[in-house]
Design a protein around this ligand. Sequence first.
Ligand code: C5P
Length: 229
Amino acid sequence: MAKDVIVACDFPSREAFDAFLALFTDCKPFLKIGMELYYACGPDIVKEAKRRGHKVFLDLKLHDIPNTVGKATSVLNELGADICNVHAAGGVKMMAAARTALREDALLIAVTQLTSTSAQMLKEELLIDQPMEDVISHYALNAKAAGLNGIVCSPLEAAVVKKVCGEDFITVTPGIRFADAAADDQVRITTPAKAREIGSDYIVVGRPITAAQDPVAAYKRCVAEFLNK
Ligand code: C5P
């Protein structure tokens, strides 16, 4: 199973994206393009990243009725993203519609619960009484039943997901922080090394790299800690 560090390119403009990528002269990180950059620049930003030789996780977290999500996914096909995602909360039919619509060579994963969601928020705001781990396992099984390739979850939940869905089911885990850094708005977090130990296949890292004084050094530290090299 491929393991890699994915850099969350949460930038407000093409200029900021270009300036960030210009720093990486001797490597081509796997990039995550999310709502902020996509909405700011439009679909061409994905093609541009691919043209420059990067792998791309297009993190648009689709969540709507099955027909709409299926059709929207078909439109995304031409951008060439390597990974796309939907919200597991949309249900099995919605996830299956997206999987049917997406190119076979692209991975489709489902967001279980956002890594900014705490146990208290799950219970008090979302009115979900089951423990976080049970909710994540259940959403992961739904994603598997819909034919998806894996899920997005906190690294803390990667082991239980592997246990219930099998080793081949991919875990993509944001909520990564260096041991000596701030958590920001993330709640269910851990370090790159611990994420590897628990069973993450891909870690998604944003601010610890993009807001670092030396983003390239921070990226390389992340790769070294996660891949144990
Ligand atoms: O800056 P930071 O490392 O917190 O960035 C994490 C990235 O992962 C953000 O782009 C966020 O949208 C995304 N993400 C997340 N939790 C999820 C799914 C995606 O933090 N469950």
